[in-house]
Design a protein around this ligand. Structure first.
Ligand SMILES: [Zn+2]
Length: 295
């Protein structure tokens, strides 16, 4: 008799625990599903979005290419990247074809809404091939347009947080404008300076600074320059008295160094805003660095 009661009691306890556990799991699921899940393509988009969504509690932002320091324009999508879109609501990209894999995401997860941050940019630089150079964010003015576009589209999709998104964007844009204004004299002094650039990411930065760039297109593969190209660059620099060579911080510097040795030029390693410490001011600090590097 007693044994029977013990068994029944244990069974009842197990059932009760089971109900509680399942109930909590469901609750967690509901809570998870309430969150707006945003995936950004790469670092600049991540920093923009983190600033815009700052302090909004029911939004989760993750960066697809989080451990990648290079440019998204030569990124190969991995299976685990695609998995990140399983529960996502929004994908925020640079656009203009930079994320060549976007169609794969749309095909696999048609429920994901795409925000193309560069949609509103019309003043574009064309490369020799005729393609648009889509590294817009190195110009603060373009960067601001991209922040605005993300904030507007995000506000349309998630109207209950629209005021916060717009307010955050305004605060951020104000900081970006202050940054630009504080380097007004520096920008003025750089006007007309000629540089050789081995990295196409900086074309928009140079446009802002009034720097005349002779771009040697490398598609972010600085090591791929032929001996002939290197020789032509050296001749051009000697002819036109150019004494600055530009690469990005994470670029292969072998060719730049070789050219510098031949010409006595200085190699400047700029920050392209494509990697960093994930802090909200990451982009602002990178641009400060770029402004201050020139003498
Ligand atoms: Zn690129």
């Amino acid at each position: 008799m007693n044994k029977k009661y013990v068994i029944i009691t244990i069974a009842v306890i197990i059932v009760i625990i089971g109900i509680i556990v399942i109930g909590n799991l469901n609750k967690e699921n509901v809570k998870e599903n309430d969150n707006l899940k945003i995936v950004t393509s790469f670092y600049p988009m991540y920093i923009m979005t983190m600033n815009i969504t700052n302090g909004v509690e029911d939004v989760q932002v993750s960066n697809m290419a989080e451990n990648y320091v290079g440019c998204i324009h030569d990124y190969t999508l991995k299976t685990e990247d695609l998995k990140k879109f399983e529960n996502a609501n929004i994908f925020i990209e640079n656009g203009y074809g930079m994320e060549a894999f976007s169609q794969k995401i749309i095909d696999s997860y048609p429920q994901v809404k795409i925000i193309e941050s560069a949609k509103g940019i019309t003043d574009v630089i064309k490369e020799e091939s005729g393609d648009v150079n889509a590294h817009f964010w190195t110009s603060i003015d373009n960067y601001i347009l991209q922040v605005q576009e993300i904030a507007n589209q995000l506000s349309n999709i998630d109207s209950k947080n629209a005021d916060t998104y717009k307010n955050n964007a305004n605060i951020y844009i104000q900081k970006l404008n202050e940054l630009k204004n504080s380097y007004e004299d520096k920008i003025e002094s750089l006007k007309g300076k000629k540089v050789i650039s081995l990295n196409e990411s900086f074309s928009y930065l140079f446009k802002t600074l009034g720097i005349e760039e002779i771009l040697i297109e490398t598609d972010h593969e600085q090591s791929s320059l032929s001996a002939e190209t290197v020789k032509n660059v050296i001749d051009k620099m000697n002819e036109e008295n150019i004494n600055s060579i530009i690469i990005a911080e994470n670029d292969n510097e072998q060719n730049a160094k070789a050219i510098a040795e031949e010409t006595g030029a200085k190699v400047y390693k700029l920050k392209d805003g494509m990697s960093g410490d994930n802090s909200l001011d990451s982009y602002i600090n990178d641009m400060k660095y770029n402004f201050e590097i020139f003498d």
